[in-house]
Design a protein around this ligand. Structure first.
Ligand SMILES: O=C(CO)[C@H](O)[C@H](O)COP(=O)(O)O
Length: 217
């Protein structure tokens, strides 16, 4: 059911891609369903950038033209999420790719989130994925009570280490304040709290239907 919904959301997002666009590809099992949907469309001149080696390999195997992320901006980026709050805040990074995912989302004129019906929540909750700089790691962890490195160790392709913040023990009352605190913590390369200002659309598959939440034009 959930896997089928991921495909439904992914196929809806694939229809947004047009010939000649520059498109960012996210990471995860929902994006894994997006790639064959894009390949099946036989689009012309689309240039893709990828947020992970995993997505890149899968996209290339399907014949999608993936290039290094050396573009100043992208027309579109499509990615999954771990949690979607009613106001559009996201938790991302279950797959540990949130640093690159944030860069690609921020570069996109339109960032589209694709999720199955288990991802919308009333309020975001921990864990919040982190990427921590390897240099000074112990001191960074000391500044972040409740943060634990993933086990087995999950290095990012950019040399950081993936961790998760497991506090507070309950809903995140103020994601913006937490995000600002993490942004201001030395040693935190990136976190998985994505603000609504990054997000243009959320496509939520429920059974065979897609609910389209439009956050901005
Ligand atoms: O942020 C991510 C990877 O870093 C993914 O988009 C997120 O974890 C959702 O994954 P899935 O589509 O497998 O449920």
């Amino acid at each position: 059911m959930i896997e089928a919904e991921k495909r439904v959301a992914a196929e809806a997002a694939a229809t947004l891609v047009q010939d000649g666009m520059t498109v960012g590809l996210g990471t995860g099992t929902t994006v894994a369903q997006l790639l064959p949907a894009l390949a099946a469309r036989d689009l012309r001149g689309v240039r893709y950038v990828s947020t992970s080696p995993r997505t890149e390999a899968a996209a290339r195997a399907l014949g999608l033209a993936v290039e290094p992320f050396a573009l100043p901006a992208l027309d579109l980026a499509i990615d999954g999420a771990d949690q979607v709050a009613p106001d559009g805040w996201l938790v991302k990074g279950g797959g540990g790719a949130h640093t690159r995912e944030r860069l690609v989302a921020a570069a996109a004129r339109r960032f589209v989130v694709i999720v199955s019906s288990d991802k919308p929540v009333e309020a975001l909750r921990p864990p919040v994925p982190l990427e921590l700089l390897a240099f000074g790691l112990e001191s960074t962890l000391r500044r972040l009570p409740g943060a634990r490195l993933r086990e087995p160790a999950q290095p990012s392709p950019d040399g950081g280490l993936i961790a998760d913040l497991h506090e507070p023990d309950g809903p995140l009352a103020d994601p913006a304040a937490l995000a600002a605190g993490l942004d201001a913590t030395p040693g935190v390369v990136a976190h998985g709290l994505f603000p609504p200002s990054l997000v243009a659309d959320v496509l939520i598959a429920r059974g065979g239907e897609v609910e389209h939440r439009r956050l901005r034009a």
